[in-house]
Design a protein around this ligand. Structure first.
Ligand code: AHR
Length: 552
């Protein structure tokens, strides 16, 4: 077994060597101020799963009540109680999948509370009770269960995404898991629960394919050891009927570089035989970038930074934190390969984003709400490109969380609504869905910055490319807060006929959208120079860029 430190040293050395061999000629071509992007048409990496462009809706403070659900009688325009503007915006970004109802909330949730006649649904204390400020909606503390399974599935249908339900493993018996599956998926007229579903207006089954089996089971989801959780996982997933087809179960994974969770879980799972692997579709990985203390502390509260008040060093520190995602993907993948060499199990990164300290929310009573800026747009573009570069490994991704929460795409309160810079990134990057990811090398001078009197650096330009027939989609971020990156783009194995560019950037790195000024930061078109089949483009400072290049 490879220890973590040895593993990092070995992989870094190996990939460094391969890179040096392939690009020794390029290095000499690179100028000190410019960059080169090499798209390698003959090196496909796999198909980009549309589901990596997924979302997360937890019953947490303003996410559901006020965010998604406003109620049929609301003065806020709605479709069957669901906020209409949200539906309209989401349709534009092709949301492939949505995870619900948590998060930590999932392991306190009884799905039965949220189905059946509305007037009979019980009120329950929400898992997140206690975090709201005075004046918060009552529904945030005491869950009226008005938005349950039926309403969630309706929401998914309206926006055109698949439901991904997270089951309660901590506080409900396994029986309730397969009953929930039965309620959702048993054919019309087949079971009492199918009849109950029909009475609610849903005769045909929901056909929910993706099921999370607990959430963060090492913590809020039961405080298990990896081995204890594996035993529970086997018990919960044994003999759950699939009805229309096999279900895709997603096991609770780590939230950082705790390789021992991944190893301990798979070791225990396979103790009963290698075949047990077949009952796992994915291993959930959560990762939040939160520690902006510049190495001063590891304290979860003290280490957090401010969402809107930051300097250039904080900007780079957040991106450094986010960049860790790639090593988590490759690291956990390597450990998974010890037990599953054919890699039947995929990674499901179903919670990701920056997590700042309290205080930037547009709706002050919303718990965990923060105000995304251009920094979060660059962070999000960078993360989605990381997923794009690993289509063989990452099968689902869910940004945490959709609305009125952490790295939200949208903010809303009563009739007020805005699309955040993160929402615009999802709009730009939707073009990657279903494309063939191509190995793409970015050669750019590093950025140097001052980290409390010590020199620090960050890469100069990075992204991903995917092919869709004759259309090449190339996305990248220029993390430099001040300098543009003049770039030559070479498509090896094809010639470029024409190109268009969409840029999300602003002179102020703190740029953001609010209810009063919703269009401060919106994507704009830019000119791409195509000459003799090659492409030149200047990536503005602090930018997220999408190029669409038509190939001959
Ligand atoms: O997204 C907020 C919380 O973060 C989720 O409920 C939990 O899974 C994670 O710790």
């Amino acid at each position: 077994m490879i220890k973590r430190r040895d593993f990092l040293r070995t992989t870094a050395a190996a990939s460094g060597l391969a890179f040096a061999r392939r690009f020794s000629s390029l290095a000499s071509a690179q100028t000190s101020s410019g960059a080169t992007i090499e798209v390698l048409m003959n090196e496909p990496l796999g198909v980009i799963s549309p589901e990596i462009y997924g979302h997360f809706v937890e019953n947490l403070s303003g996410v559901v009540y006020d965010g998604v659900w406003v109620g049929e009688d609301s003065k806020v325009p709605n479709i069957k109680g669901i906020r209409k503007r949200l539906v309209d915006e989401m349709r534009k970004i092709k949301p492939a999948i949505v995870r619900f109802p948590g998060g930590c909330f999932a392991d306190s949730y009884d799905w039965r509370d949220g189905v059946g006649p509305v007037e009979k649904r019980p009120r329950r204390t929400n898992f997140w009770f206690g975090g709201e400020k005075p004046g918060a909606m009552e529904a945030h503390r005491y869950d009226p269960n008005r938005f349950g399974t039926n309403e969630f599935v309706e929401f998914c249908r309206l926006i055109g995404g698949q439901p991904y339900l997270a089951a309660n493993l901590r506080s409900l018996p396994a029986e309730q898991f397969y009953r929930w599956v039965e309620y959702c998926n048993s054919p019309a007229g087949s079971t009492t629960l199918a009849d109950e579903r029909a009475e609610a207006g849903f005769k045909e089954p929901f056909n929910v394919r993706y099921w999370g089996v607990g959430n963060e089971s090492w913590g809020c989801g039961g405080n298990f050891t990896a081995q204890e959780y594996a035993v529970e996982y086997r018990r919960f997933t044994a003999w759950v009927p699939g009805y229309q087809g096999p279900l895709s179960f997603i096991a609770s994974g780590p939230n950082d570089d705790t390789w021992s969770w991944t190893r301990g879980f798979l070791e225990e799972i396979t103790r009963k035989g290698k075949g047990e692997i077949r009952d796992i579709f994915g291993l959930a990985l959560h990762y939040y970038a939160w520690n902006l203390s510049r190495g001063k502390t590891h304290d979860w509260v003290q280490g957090k930074g401010d969402a809107v008040n930051f300097d250039a060093t904080d900007w780079y520190e957040l991106l450094q934190q986010g960049d860790v995602m790639e090593s988590l993907i490759t690291g956990h993948w390597q450990v998974m390969g010890e037990f599953d060499p054919e890699h039947h199990i995929k990674l499901v990164v179903d919670e990701w984003g920056p997590w700042y300290k309290d205080g930037s929310a547009l709706t002050l009573t919303d718990q965990l709400e923060q105000l995304p800026t251009l920094r979060d747009a660059v962070f999000s573009g960078m993360t989605l490109d990381t997923f794009n570069r690993h289509p063989d490994k990452v099968s689902i991704g869910c940004c945490a969380q959709l609305i009125n929460c952490l790295n939200s795409l949208y903010l809303a309160h009563e009739e007020k609504f805005c699309v955040t810079p993160v929402g615009h990134v999802f709009g730009m990057y939707a073009a990657h869905q279903g494309g063939r990811s191509l190995r793409t090398e970015f050669l750019a001078p590093e950025i140097s910055y001052d980290r409390d009197g010590k020199p620090a650096s960050f890469w100069g330009l990075k992204g991903a490319a995917s092919l869709h027939d004759k259309m090449l989609v190339l996305t990248a971020v220029n993390p430099d807060t001040a300098k543009p990156m003049q770039t030559e783009i070479n498509v090896r194995g094809a010639s470029v006929k024409s190109g268009t560019a969409i840029v999300l950037s602003a002179p102020d790195i703190h740029a953001r959208n609010t209810f009063e000024q919703p269009d401060t930061l919106v994507p704009r078109s830019a000119t791409v120079t195509v000459r003799g089949g090659d492409v030149r483009f200047d990536f503005p400072p602090a930018s997220v860029v999408k190029l669409e290049l038509e190939l001959v």
